[in-house]
Design a protein around this ligand. Structure first.
Ligand code: SAM
Length: 219
């Protein structure tokens, strides 16, 4: 996966490549899908949600420019795979999931893999995690009409945020840097994530296509 899919597509950060090589993606999907876990595609994880495509996980991780010292917020825990990657790249990861069954399962996976630097909260992550803010970096792993305002407020000066922004069918992955109180936005790639449902995202999950396995794929 690292040599054939990620490096050739422009993932150059050696720490990100190491993390992607070290975290066993097959343990974050149902056993029936384990033999497809290292294909470069999103896979269903139940609850009409997905584990994102490895290339997108690596691209978003690289975009945060982590050195190992950071406190990172992830919105959209899903399977926990992205959080486990972030745990290898940063000091502490705070991840929020709105579907309780997924949060519980991710917590069990972290216990099994002895991933200790991640804390999960079952909540509407569009509010961020005010008690633990501010964050050096924030990652949103569901598509939103705009970056939720509380997340901007909880990003440190000099902090980086990456989020898919657009409509329900397609988004553009944006890298946002907060500098001098202003936001500097750089588009990374087009993508299609499941929707961010919450007070500062989409209000309902109406309109989610029936097959989430085809989503989250970079076009
Ligand atoms: N990062 C995940 C992984 O590594 O498996 C994949 C995330 S999946 C593409 C998007 C996740 O965002 C889903 O699990 C969904 O339930 C969650 N989600 C959607 N809206 C949310 C919200 N307001 N707060 C927290 N999680 C949310």
């Amino acid at each position: 996966m690292v040599e054939e899919q990620l490096a050739p597509r422009g993932i150059t950060d050696p720490r990100v490549l190491d993390a992607m090589g070290a975290v066993p993606r097959h343990l974050f999907v149902e056993s029936a899908l384990a033999d497809r876990a290292y294909e470069d595609r999103a896979l269903p994880i139940g609850e009409r949600q997905t584990i994102s495509q490895p290339y997108i996980v690596a691209l978003m991780s690289q975009a945060l420019g982590l050195t190992g010292a950071e406190r990172v917020l992830e919105v959209g825990t899903g399977s926990g795979y992205q959080a486990a990657i972030l745990a290898r790249l940063a000091a502490r990861v705070f991840t929020v999931e709105r579907v309780k069954g997924l949060a519980d399962r991710a917590r069990a996976t972290f216990d099994r893999l002895k991933v200790y630097d991640v804390v999960i909260k079952h909540f509407d992550g569009t509010f961020g995690w005010p008690e633990e803010a501010p964050f050096d970096a924030i990652m949103v792993t569901a598509g939103s009409p705009a970056v939720p305002e509380p997340l901007i407020a909880q990003l440190k000066e000099g902090g980086r945020l990456v989020a898919p922004v657009g409509d329900r069918n397609g988004q553009r992955l944006q890298r946002v840097v907060k500098r001098g109180g202003a936001l500097h936005v750089m588009p990374l790639t087009d993508c299609a994530f499941v929707p961010l449902i919450g007070s500062y995202g989409w209000r309902t999950d109406r309109g989610t296509p029936p097959d989430p396995a085809v989503r989250d794929a970079a076009r």
